[in-house]
Design a protein around this ligand. Sequence first.
Ligand code: SMG
Ligand code: MG
Length: 396
Amino acid sequence: MSEIPVVESITLHRLDVPLVRPFETSFGRETVRDVLLVHVRTDRGEGWGECVAGRDPFYSSEYVDGAASVIERYLAPALLRGRVDAPRAGAVGGTGAGAAIASVPLAASVAPALDFVAGHRMAKAALEAAVLDAELRAQGRSMSECFGAVREWVDCGVSVGIAPTLEELLDEVMGYVEAGYRRIKLKIKPGWDLVPVGAVREELGAAGLLQVDANTAYTTRDIPLLAQLDAFDLLLIEQPFAEEDLAAHVRLARACETPVCLDESILGTTTVIDAIERGATSVVNVKPGRMGGYLEALRVHDACVLRGVPVWAGGMLETGVGRAANVALAALPGFTLPGDTSASDRYFAEDLTEPFVLGDGEHRGQLRVPDAPGTGVTVREELVRAWATRAPVVVR
Ligand code: SMG
Ligand code: MG
């Protein structure tokens, strides 16, 4: 085992990255991505992580000002104070998540060091991602290699927001189909469900892969309505009810044929096992930010594979920094459904790293998994400066 790097400083960057079109969900509309990047310097090199918290606490209780504050006040100081011992002989090894985690002792020390802070998983995940990038770069290993990727290209889906009109929705969807996307996900909410979903199914034809995401907008009174979505042969219904209401999802799962998939409710291995055993979810959306980090996401992946539950990679409108890591994760064997791992130009005219571009020919609708050390992408620091909305915050 090579020597473990030591974290020397942690810098927070805030920037506004304009979206190519507004993105509307059941809880709001975004026109700009308010991005928080974490830059870690170690004695062996540096790394970057992206925080997925949104500008407002609408998708989850976390939001980007809160994440920046908790990192600056609590998490970064704790990490800088922490000391990481080399793993004991015999502690390295095992398979799957265990082996991956044992191979990155510095990144593996992050979650335990930050555990004294309740919640704030997106903030913790961003720090861990930056440390992981730095540690893997120092080892000369890619994230995909560390995670145990089994494919060089991943299937891409696209998440389509609520549109002003049905016509505009169909235009947008067909644009993505022409671009090659292998699966369409429609955002739904009460009043924007059966009609748009039926129209898109008609336009896509029977073979098109289609799913919906409600971001908790429904209640159990809507179960009969949601069961009518069975008519449209969907891959899954994502998170129709409140985050803490597993029982409602169990009731829906019993009332409809379409698989129920949890997103917001799944905070890590404990909640995913509980949700699967209760019958609240039969497919899982994996977002490392929501789970406190990529290493916990690896454990969630393994727990799902062990139980025969397919997973897919969620997205949080990440720039290239977070997207690169998500694509590496999506290359694991349990990710058998296309992810919300769309190309950079789905959201951004210009990305903060080299752009992710859909392949063509046999790789139409796929993204190539980066294989250079760490995330495998390079942050365009001139853009981080040009788009900054406040001065960087350095914690030493
Ligand atoms: O990155 O393409 C993406 C976003 C995919 O729909 C997406 N994410 O609930 O799954 C989800 C949402 C959360 C973000 S909404 C601002
Ligand atoms: Mg979702």
